[in-house]
Design a binder for this molecule. Sequence first.
Ligand SMILES: *Cc1c(COP(=O)(O)O)cnc(C)c1O
Length: 481
Amino acid sequence: MEDELINTMDNKKFREHAHQLVDWMADYFEEVENYPVKPDIQPGDILKQLPDEAPAQGESFEDMFDDFKNSIMPGMTHWESPYFMGYFPANKSYPSVLAEMLTATLGAQCMSWLTSPAATELEEQVMEWLRKAIGLPELFTGVIQSTASTSTLCALLMAREQITEFEVNETGFPKDEMFKVYCSSETHSSIEKDVKIAGFGRQHIRKIPVDHEYAMDPKALEEAIREDLKKGFKPAAVVATIGTTGSTAIDPLKEIGQICSKYEIFLHVDAAYAGTALLLPELRWMNEGIEHADSFVFNPHKWMFTNFDCSAFYVQDEALLVRTFEIMPEYLKTPEDERVKNYRDWGIPLGRRFRALKLWFVMRSFGIEGLQEKIRQHLQFAQHLKQKMEQHDHFEVMAPVPLNTICFRFHPGYIDDQKKLNELNEKLLEQIQKSGKLFLTHTKLDGKYTIRIVLGNTNLKKHHVDKAWKLIQKMGHDLIP
Ligand SMILES: *Cc1c(COP(=O)(O)O)cnc(C)c1O
């Protein structure tokens, strides 16, 4: 009786609609490369189609799904398209999507062992699988966080509690001490955000200069540390990046690690994107010196075919991590506390999604060799395209290409004015975005406007890369008189 009144979807209807959606999903995956990568719309175009108020009476699934197709889909940017080559990818794959369906269905909260024993133990084991797969030493223990921003915040909070001997947790920052956090001038913006949140104050970030390959200069790091020590500041943490967001530059971890060990400074390694490439033994040199690091983060939700969100956070000192976050109100105590991992104490939120499942499905479905093969293919595509750009009179490669991101600009030989080149490339990117055929993004390297192309989508094939390159050349040449 009540059910009829409130008009909820019943199990029979759910089953029917779910089947319908799966068909839609499979069609989408098949057709997404034919969609405009970025919609041709203006701000507010979607908003004005949406009613001001939520409906008083329940509506049918058919109506909702129609509106999804007609009002929402035309406003989506298609990260799943192989022609999405901007930022870094947010990859997904069939096994990952299927796991997300199960995670949503179970709706479990994975905050403690008791609230979901299998989720806790699966997380423990897949983080071990992943650790071994990327060649991270046994010194490290992993936990899944939502994002690299969150993982790095956890690292900075650990550093803060370590250097103040847990004083900030108890009584707040000491009045007469100032702490410093070091990173390179090419570091991701999340570090600055995390420094603000952790309470160090963004004025206390020291951005260390980079070398001609955009990697941190370790000599300049040591000088900065000595200078700060002399002035009475306390160096609290260094963040090194493996694969910067601008150009995938690789900070020299070994030298940085030795400096951190020498001055006893907490070292966090941000490999948010490039961590996936550590699946390849031939690229493990990037992580040389990792034993000096206190923590390490990489996002399987970027390049490793696992749906957002899934950030793998590894620490050496599990006790420090737990002591930084642990809380034990009466209502959360369980009989097993002494014997199990309660992941609520390994990070910021209490409630946690069952994210280990999709990682488990991805690793089992691809196999380590399957993952390696895909990554190697992406790297080959990038080397191939880089060569073509280098051989082309009107294109210039702007940074080394250690992975699958190429920084380039259009540079017809007769233009040498930097400002003109900046304007030309800004215009070129604008034209590319507008076409809907390809999605790229930009950065600035040494003040030069630089276009980035990232060849890392799950379904990327060589013909997509060839088509993208043709388009870039044509649009470039259309811009010159
Ligand atoms: C993408 C990225 C981040 C931020 O990742 P989120 O998971 O979105 O917070 C941090 N650092 C680097 C190097 C990145 O590429």
